[in-house]
Design a binder for this molecule. Structure first.
Ligand code: CTP
Ligand code: ZN
Length: 153
């Protein structure tokens, strides 16, 4: 992409989540626990033109890397995303997200009586299926509404 086409400034240090499924950027921010009060410097591009995807979203978070749990959940809503680690303006590491076998934390179980949603110190855990996720503790299956289960901190 030429500099004239660059919509969102390059960052010096941090993480660029690129090739996000168009329309999912706000859900990605929620997965990363970023909101108006989180105090982080973040750039967001929504439905920007992409050679590979036609149109894509992009999120640039300055000064931090993502946890594996965050990346695992991200892969469920943005399966083509790539994670780019930037140091001193250079991309020093780049990898595609992979659909994991299970996801831990970040999402909450929709079952109000699940042990993970009671006042117990039990972290949420879901097995990843072909077409959704299943709570390891109560077997509740979440298919289309994964974004609604993103834990708001
Ligand atoms: N990027 C950034 N700040 C930097 C370096 C890169 O914001 N200092 C962004 C770029 O704008 C791009 C992404 O990180 O969206 C990946 O950068 P790069 O690997 O240089 O781009 P491409 O080769 O186009 O990546 P890909 O092949 O993954 O599409
Ligand atoms: Zn459950």
């Amino acid at each position: 992409m030429s500099d004239r086409e660059l919509r969102v400034s390059k960052i010096r240090n941090g993480t660029v989540v690129d090739h996000i499924t168009a329309g999912q950027a706000l859900n990605v921010l929620a997965i990363l626990g970023i909101d108006a009060d989180s105090g982080e410097t973040v750039s967001v591009g929504m439905r920007v033109p992409s050679d590979r995807l036609g149109s894509k979203d992009i999120v640039k978070v300055e000064g931090r890397e993502l946890s594996q749990d965050e990346v695992d959940v991200l892969s469920l809503i943005a399966p083509a995303a790539s994670i780019n680690i930037v140091q001193e303006f250079d991309v020093v590491k780049k990898h595609r997200v992979e659909r994991p076998e299970e996801v831990v934390g970040v999402l909450s179980c929709p079952n109000r009586h699940c042990i993970t949603t009671e006042d117990e110190p039990v972290e949420s855990r879901f097995d990843v299926l072909d077409d959704g996720i299943r709570c390891t503790y109560c077997d509740t299956i979440v298919r289309d509404s994964i974004p609604e289960q993103i834990d708001v901190a």
